[in-house]
Design a protein around this ligand. Structure first.
Ligand code: ADP
Ligand code: ZN
Length: 217
């Protein structure tokens, strides 16, 4: 694939999209656009957009399209995305969002969709043990905590459990994934340019496979 890269990473909550996308983006020199990170930082900063999103996020519900679409469109229209490209993480999550994305990217559209595939059993375990830095977003877990007392190794921020990593919110998010996001797999598959990569196993082996997939296209 040549620049501009226009990649979508699909996958369940806890599949590892965030960490894999940030590595891929750094390797290719492109933007990593995580709608979850955009919404969380807006909520932290207390912007109007963030306030609108916060309640939905804490319950584990999807934020309404009218809240999220404008922000995604603005970001994708910026020159770094147009010239070098991007990897989208957490967007689209519904058929309506996928259709809106095609329209935003007209006429070229998405070049590659990678489906990072992990069993529900594994994501349940990962999400309930996940802890996240409130400063920079780095992910830890109860098995791999920061070196010092839940203080981020990178930025010194406090490392906590996300408000939506409670058992109730996790099961709600996974149910929404099955109902609204999983149908995107068949939708993108029918368009071609769709590859499934297993998200289980060694982190570096998975990122090597993702990079090889992108290079092949
Ligand atoms: P996860 O995929 O583990 O739920 P994210 O960080 O991707 O975590 O998203 C966190 C929350 O942000 C979602 O539960 C949802 O409320 C909101 N969100 C993120 N992306 C979208 C989107 N494309 N459409 C609607 N809501 C979104
Ligand atoms: Zn940090």
């Amino acid at each position: 694939m040549n620049k501009p890269y226009r990649i979508v990473m699909l996958g369940k909550q806890g599949a590892g999209k965030g960490t894999q996308c940030s590595k891929l983006a750094a390797t290719l020199g492109i933007a990593h656009i995580s709608t979850g990170d955009m919404l969380r930082s807006a909520a932290r900063e207390g912007t109007e957009f963030g306030k609108l999103a916060q309640g939905y996020m804490e319950r584990g519900d999807l934020v309404p399209d009218e809240v999220i679409l404008g922000a995604v469109r603005d970001r994708l229209y910026r020159s770094d995305c147009r010239e070098d490209g991007f990897v989208l993480d957490g967007f689209p999550r519904t058929l309506a969002q996928a259709e809106a994305l095609e329209e935003i990217l007209t006429p070229e559209g998405v070049k590659l969709v990678i489906n990072l595939d992990v069993s529900t059993e594994v994501v349940l375990r990962r999400l309930s043990s996940r802890r996240v830095c409130t400063g920079c977003g780095r992910t830890y877990s109860i098995d791999f905590p920061p070196a010092v007392d839940w203080t981020c190794d990178d930025c010194g921020g406090t490392v906590v459990q996300r408000a939506d990593d409670t058992p109730e919110a996790i099961s709600r998010r996974l149910a929404i994934y099955e109902e609204l996001t999983a149908p995107l797999i068949a939708w993108y598959e029918a368009k071609g340019r769709f590859v499934t990569v297993s998200g289980e196993g060694d982190f570096d082996a998975i990122s090597d496979e993702i990079l090889a997939t992108v290079t092949r296209f």
